[in-house]
Design a binder for this molecule. Structure first.
Ligand code: ZN
Length: 416
């Protein structure tokens, strides 16, 4: 289908980016949560300026903005490509030493820095489709950071390719790199007016070919139990121990269903995150996840039923349950803009892959952007086993993502 001849810089860029630590910090109140985000931000601005994106800029909050101007006369919607620069605080992220396993022949992949960590083929079925490819991993002491530096390298390489091949027609392309996605604050300080895009795509998905238009809908819940304290020597018939009430509630939660460890696909869950209990008072924190609004409501109602059940034997104790929305399934917004997904699927096809429409058991910057007025599905970046020492990405999948981004820019122009 395509006669484009690609030359890639994506792997070199990726290897450069992962060595710069950009781990986010959930306990920090600032944006970006760690100043070191900006080390990488400055590198991108330099690279984007070198490519010829003359307005590339890192702002005070750690966001990188840049524009690839249109090179056609048509009125094409302004498309933004977006990735996040931070890495997960769940796994060490400093001192990443990437290795490339060339021409992967199948089997387990040993990590040279720590023999106790092995990427086992049996536990990573996605490796089966990577025979003959070049696999990039960390050395076993850190995460790799393919989530989401693969996406960043792919976007930079794609705009570099477009800039160097002006015969390829496209509308205005915007670039947005965000901090602190991994701690849920990736779009807190984004300036959408400055960005000026009509639609966006995050490049932060897993398997090559995936186009994701659904995320979880998410609520947080805080349950406070007020027990009745008394001197333990004289407590008979009086004391109602909030520690025991909290334990009873956790015990009554569903086990075979409705839990992260027993669900997959389109099933949601009700998940206790923490219990902070004393005799007098206990606070339990939950997250609630489902793909539908009614599923979310049902799970909150189930929690309340369980609490009432648990309190039946503690008549003088009381509870307060506060449920707060966190983010919503972006599909409700994206369904109003079918072109967004159709164009992405077509771009994947032209890039030589089989497009797969998928949903995400989590949130993305895109789920929040979609509700802020910038509809934003997610496209694969090729990252696997993210947030772990076993994280990996293949060179060929990163190159496929570059092709997908380039074709996507062309398709929006063709259809305009
Ligand atoms: Zn990510």
């Amino acid at each position: 289908m395509s006669s484009l001849v690609f030359d890639y810089t994506v792997t070199d860029r990726f290897l450069r980016y992962v060595t710069i630590d950009t781990q986010s910090d959930p306990d920090s109140a600032t944006t970006p949560s760690t100043e070191k985000h900006k080390d990488l931000g400055r590198l991108w601005v330099a690279e984007l300026l070198e490519i010829g994106l003359s307005d590339a800029e890192l702002d005070a909050h750690g966001y990188v903005y840049a524009t690839l101007p249109a090179n056609c006369d048509k009125s094409v919607p302004v498309i933004c490509f977006c990735s996040h620069m931070d890495t997960s605080p769940e796994c060490p992220g400093a001192g990443v030493k990437p290795q490339i396993v060339r021409n992967y022949r199948g089997g387990d992949i040993a990590l040279p820095g720590d023999p106790s960590h092995v990427i086992r083929a049996a536990e990573h079925p996605a490796l089966r489709s990577q025979i003959g490819n070049d696999i990039v991993t960390a050395d076993g002491t850190t995460l790799l950071g393919a989530d989401n530096k693969a996406g960043l390298a792919e976007i930079v390489d794609a705009v570099r390719f477009l800039k160097q091949n002006p015969q390829i027609r496209h509308g205005t392309i915007k670039i947005l790199f965000t901090p602190d996605e991994e701690i849920g604050r990736g779009v807190d300080k984004v300036d959408l007016e400055r960005l000026g895009a009509d639609f966006a795509y995050t490049i932060d998905g897993e398997a090559a070919g995936n186009v994701e238009d659904e995320t979880f809908s998410a609520d947080g819940a805080v349950l406070t139990i007020q027990g009745v304290s008394a001197h333990p020597g004289f407590a008979k018939g009086r004391m109602e121990n909030a520690v025991k009430i909290a334990a009873r509630i956790v015990e009554l939660l569903p086990k075979d269903t409705c839990s992260p460890e027993t669900t997959e696909g389109r099933e949601g869950f009700l998940h206790p995150l923490s219990v902070d209990a004393e005799l007098d008072r206990a606070t339990l924190k939950f997250i609630i996840r489902d793909f539908t609004e009614s599923g979310l409501k049902d799970k909150a109602a189930l929690l309340e039923t369980i609490v009432k059940d648990a309190l039946r034997d503690f008549p003088k104790s009381s509870y307060r349950l506060e449920v707060t929305p966190q983010y919503r399934n972006m599909k409700q917004v994206l369904d109003r803009h079918p072109r967004l997904i159709e164009n992405a699927m077509e771009a994947v096809r032209r890039a030589g892959l089989k497009p797969v429409r998928a949903s995400i058991r989590g949130g993305t910057d895109g789920s929040r952007l979609s509700y802020m007025g910038l509809p934003c599905p997610n496209i694969f970046a090729g990252e696997h086993a993210f947030h772990s020492r076993l994280e990996w990405v293949s060179v060929q999948d990163m190159q496929a993502a570059v092709r997908t981004i380039v074709h996507l820019a062309m398709i929006w122009e063709e259809h305009a």
